[in-house]
Write a protein that binds this ligand. Structure first.
Ligand SMILES: NC(=O)c1ccc[n+]([C@@H]2O[C@H](COP(=O)([O-])OP(=O)(O)OC[C@H]3O[C@@H](n4cnc5c(N)ncnc54)[C@H](OP(=O)(O)O)[C@@H]3O)[C@@H](O)[C@H]2O)c1
Ligand SMILES: [Zn+2]
Ligand SMILES: [Zn+2]
Length: 357
């Protein structure tokens, strides 16, 4: 992992161009500043956003790029001003590693909406160097953006909470949708969606999965605890359930019509768009007006919320459905994730992949 007297370096797996293919890449880590935590990465989840970024779906990618924003690791060293963490503790890092600390969102603990936030990777740090994510053996991160993983929680279980879980927890809390008794829909049963089913159920909701196929019906109902399952192309069932949902969490990562979802919402219902789609989404206005419905979006969540979610998840006894892989399998994992062939989150066993040897 590099020596202390020279520049520390580490190895990650980086995309080099928009093919999104990852391969080993050695890069420098910054010196440990007063507020920094030096983390040996144990594992890292694979989010569909990692594919959008590696393949330049949004036209903002810089290479070489080491993805990964569901990072769990062990603290190896801390800066002199670090009070939150001790060496040996297990911690997590999500999708941001910096913010301005002075704007309205920063002052109201919603730093994910800070205009000067720094993404964990595919961004530039305050020292002018590129940020690199958790598909790497080690990271240096400001303590403000590091969260404690509760004692006894398996690192691989905790990883998907840092993005997938938080992405559903945050809007449910923010929009006043965390009280029990609501009827919710989860559109797209993938990494984010499967956490959505479990978190919404744990909040006491009646949860319907709305999927593009019938393939996940049994798993959704029997294993994840969903109350209902709808195939979005089944027009007659969609009609039967029209006007029945308080909200829908839309996690689909590709173009899809919004009207079928809007039709399922009750008066004042909310369609919360979470998927990253790089083409315009469409709907006819009467379907929105006739039920005073709203379409909104939400971006991951705050550090405060992820700390809350860790405790919620532990207290409710939830479990992420994961497939653990080694780093060498990551390109195949990307291919399978794109083909909708994972139940439901890949987590890379980074420590077991021995990147630095
Ligand atoms: N807003 C945020 O802050 C945030 C945070 C994390 C991720 N995201 C974004 O959310 C999206 C989902 O991420 P993820 O990691 O959960 O991805 P994922 O595991 O691939 O899940 C997406 C699910 O959507 C459905 N789907 C996939 N392709 C589809 C298509 N062409 N048409 C209709 N349905 C399709 C599939 O479910 P079914 O088989 O049930 O149809 C799939 O399992 C991505 O765009 C990601 O970038 C956003
Ligand atoms: Zn993510
Ligand atoms: Zn700010």
């Amino acid at each position: 992992m590099g020596s202390v007297d020279s520049v520390r370096t580490t190895t990650g797996w980086a995309a080099r161009d928009a093919s999104g293919l990852l391969s080993p890449f050695r890069f420098p880590l910054r010196n440990i500043g007063v507020e920094d935590v030096y983390i040996k990465v144990i594992c890292c989840g694979i989010c569909h956003t990692d594919i959008h970024q590696a393949k330049n779906d949004l036209g903002i990618s810089r290479y070489p790029m080491v993805p990964g924003h569901e990072v769990v690791g062990e603290v190896l060293e801390v800066g002199s001003g670090v009070s939150k963490f001790k060496v040996g503790e297990v911690v997590g890092v999500g999708f941001i590693v910096g913010c301005c600390r002075a704007c309205n969102p920063c002052e109201s603990d919603e730093e994910q909406y800070c205009k000067k936030k720094i993404w964990t990777y595919n961004d530039v740090y305050t020292d002018g160097k590129p940020t690199q994510g958790g598909f790497s053996a080690a990271m240096v991160v400001d303590q403000k953006f590091v969260v404690k993983i509760p004692d006894g929680m398996d690192p691989e279980q905790a990883a998907p909470l840092l993005c997938a879980g938080l992405t559903v927890y945050s809007p449910l809390k923010h929009f006043g949708l965390s009280r029990s008794g609501l009827r919710g829909g989860i559109l797209g049963l993938g990494g984010v969606g499967h956490m959505g089913v479990q978190i919404a159920k744990a909040m006491g909701h009646h949860v319907t999965v709305i999927s593009s196929s019938d393939k996940k019906r049994e798993e959704a109902l029997a294993h994840l605890g969903a109350d209902g399952y709808l195939v979005s192309s089944d027009a007659s069932r969609m009609n039967e359930l029209a006007g029945s949902l308080d909200y829908i969490l839309d996690t689909v990562p590709a173009f899809h019509p919004l009207e079928p979802s809007l039709g399922l919402l009750k008066l004042n219902g909310r369609l919360i768009v979470l998927g990253v789609v790089n083409t315009p989404l469409q709907f006819m206005s009467p379907v929105l007006m006739s039920g005073r419905k709203s379409i909104t979006g939400s971006s991951i969540g705050s550090i405060k919320e992820v700390e809350e979610l860790m405790l919620f998840y532990k207290e409710k006894g939830l479990t992420s459905q994961i497939e653990t892989i080694k780093m060498e399998y990551v390109n195949e994992a990307f291919r399978r994730l794109e083909k909708n062939d994972v139940r439901y989150r890949f987590v890379i066993d980074i420590a077991g992949s021995k990147l630095d040897q």
